[in-house]
Ligand binder design. Structure first.
Ligand SMILES: [Zn+2]
Length: 158
């Protein structure tokens, strides 16, 4: 099952909600009023690497190397991605790629690292793992909001 588009759509909405936190600190979603959370923003590759080291350590998996990706081209080339054979996560830096220097995006790539044997990259196990990581590292509110967005967008979670 390919639910890549739905996963990205949900995550984009979560990021938009977080980015509007200063204007809308509370959000009515899933019949609950929640305080809009915030995610960490990273200034340098070294900052991302030390965050990634902490997470892989706590999750008991192999370390991964953070590789900065220069902005080139349009659309999907801007996306962060995980390279399982090299054990690397590629994160767009600066210019228009600046948005990717944030915790939600880094956790997305780490969820790939934790589930990469799954045949489809953004399948139910991936979605379940990302929800777990979001709850553990960003918090219950972010987890709750993403879970509702997944349901609204038809993302299946295992
Ligand atoms: Zn992905």
């Amino acid at each position: 099952m390919d639910q890549t588009k739905e996963v990205y759509r949900s995550e984009d909405l979560l990021c938009q909600i977080i980015d509007q936190q200063h204007v809308h600190p509370q959000l009515l979603i899933g019949n609950s009023m929640v305080l809009v959370p915030n995610d960490r923003k990273f200034q340098t590759v070294a900052n991302i690497q030390s965050y990634v080291n902490k997470v892989t350590d706590q999750q008991g998996v192999k370390a991964v190397t953070v590789v900065p990706k220069l902005h080139r081209g349009k659309g999907r080339q801007l996306w962060a991605h995980y390279d399982p054979s090299a054990g690397e996560i590629h994160i767009p830096m600066r210019a228009k790629g600046k948005w990717a220097q944030r915790e939600v995006v880094v956790l997305h790539e780490l969820a790939h690292h934790l589930t990469w044997r799954e045949p489809v990259g953004h399948g139910p196990k991936f979605a379940g793992k990302l929800l777990e990581l979001i709850e553990e590292y960003i918090g219950l509110e972010a987890h709750f909001i993403l879970r509702i967005l997944y349901a609204d967008n038809g993302v299946v979670v295992a």
